[in-house]
Structures are given as C-alpha cells and as structure tokens.
Write a protein that binds this ligand. Structure first.
Ligand SMILES: [Zn+2]
Length: 256
C-alpha cells in the first residue's frame, strides 16, 4: 500500500471537492483491498451509481468513500439527511470508507472503515437547510457523528500516516460483521449498550458496572420502562455474538 496521493489526476479540475474526489478515488483504485474478504482490489462503480462508489468483485461488498483534507474530527458531512435515514432503515446502506489526507504532504493520513451494520439513526445528525441564496436552496444534508460509533465499528486501515496490518483489519471486520442487527430500533440499543461496556475501563466487569449507565440509557430511550431488563437482554446479544463472556453471578469479560 503506497500512501502517497497521485495529484496528476487533478488536471482539469478546479473545485476543492472535485479534486478531493478524484485523488481519493484514484488512491482507492490503486491501493485498497477489500476489508471484508481481503481481495486485492476494489472496483469503481460507473459514475452516478445511486449509492456506493466501489464494490468488491469477489464478495460483492459495496463501499461509499468520503474524503476530507486535514485532520480526523468527530463528524464528517455526508449526503441528504432523509436519504441516509431511509438507507439505514432499509438496511441498504453500503460500508463507509473515510479518508483523511494531507494536501501538503500529498499523503493519506487516516483511512477508517465503518461497516454498514454500525449505522443507526442516532449517529446521523441533521444539518441546517441550505440558505435561499444557495443553488440547492432548502436542501438538508447530514453529518455522520463518528465519535458515537462503538470502537468495534471504527476500523482503522491507515492510522496516523501508517498502514495497519491487513490481517488485523480483516479480523476486526469479521468481528464487526458479527453484530448485525437488522431491526434498526434494536440496533440502536445494542450500540448504546456496547458504548457503555466499552466505556468501562477494565476487561472484567459486573452487571452493576453496566447498570451504572442506567440514567444515561434512559435519557437516550425515554420510552423504555425497564432499562435494566433491556441492559441484560443486550448483554446476552453481545455474548451470543462473541463480544463478551458470561462468568456467572453477574460477572462478565470483554472479548472484543
Ligand atoms: Zn470482498
């Protein structure tokens, strides 16, 4: 994997967004493997394909690419808010690749994979409608709030200017793919409880450690009347998918 960007492809392009798109797409075509199956390359969809930018010819996984100059921040802007929510609810959003690059060094600095099954409406932030003076006046876009995604759904392929070991990336992707909850309301719960478990600063923990997040979870799910029962149910799902082990008597261990 060569982390340098090929600026030769920017000839004829003038806007920053177009330049970002062509250099990042060229880099993916030349360098990126399929993070789901390990196939050596990803293929660009024909331009104006409705949703995704790339696909894997072997496992058929689809990827959207977002690129940004500068530094990795808590959120990244994406397309139309309504479309994004519909895609998540319909379970037809692709995996997302987020590339952060340096235009000074002409290099990829970070590349993060967010598997499609980690998308929930809670991480999609509605942006203000474009003003009346804009070409697309009234259009409502969205931000993806990256920091609210559990760490198991933020898989680094390139981190701080260095490539991660491919086998580690593939392992993380396999682990991430296990937690594939199709019901979107239930998916929101599992991600929220997983964030709480991740927040506990030790590998071995107790049910009481998770109950300590009851108020936080209640405020995120005000309609729920029995948050403790919901926590226990989510811990069972995490156990069934290999994320935690039950040690008996309310004791647990983190596995992933
Ligand atoms: Zn593949």
């Amino acid at each position: 994997m060569d982390l340098s960007l090929d600026y030769n492809v920017t000839t004829g392009y003038h806007s920053n967004s177009q330049i970002a798109r062509v250099i990042s797409e060229k880099w993916i075509e030349d360098n990126m493997y399929c993070p789901r199956c390990g196939n050596r390359q990803l293929v660009h969809f024909p331009n104006n394909a409705p949703v995704a930018d790339f696909y894997c010819p072997v496992c058929k996984a689809e990827y959207e690419l977002k690129s940004k100059r500068g530094r990795l921040s808590n959120k990244i802007s994406d397309g139309a808010y309504r479309t994004m929510l519909d895609r998540i609810s319909g379970n037809n959003n692709p995996d997302l690749l987020i590339m952060i690059y340096s235009s000074d060094k002409k290099r990829v600095n970070d590349l993060i994979l967010i598997p499609k099954n980690f998308f929930t409406p809670q991480i999609i932030e509605k942006r203000k409608p474009l003003p009346a003076t804009a070409r697309r006046a009234g259009w409502v876009g969205c931000n993806i709030v990256i920091k609210d995604i559990p760490k198991q759904g933020r898989i680094a392929v390139v981190s701080d200017g260095a490539e991660e070991i491919k086998s580690n990336v593939l392992n993380s992707t396999v682990n991430g793919a296990r937690l594939d909850i199709k019901n979107i309301a239930e998916r929101g719960w599992i991600m929220d409880v997983l964030n709480c478990v991740n927040d506990i600063g030790k590998y071995d923990f107790t049910l009481q450690d998770v109950y300590a997040y009851e108020n936080r979870l209640q405020s995120m799910h005000p309609e729920n009347k029995n948050v403790k029962a919901k926590i226990r149910q989510q811990l069972q799902i995490l156990r069934d998918n290999g994320y935690v082990a039950f040690k008996g008597k309310g004791n647990y261990s983190k596995l992933i």
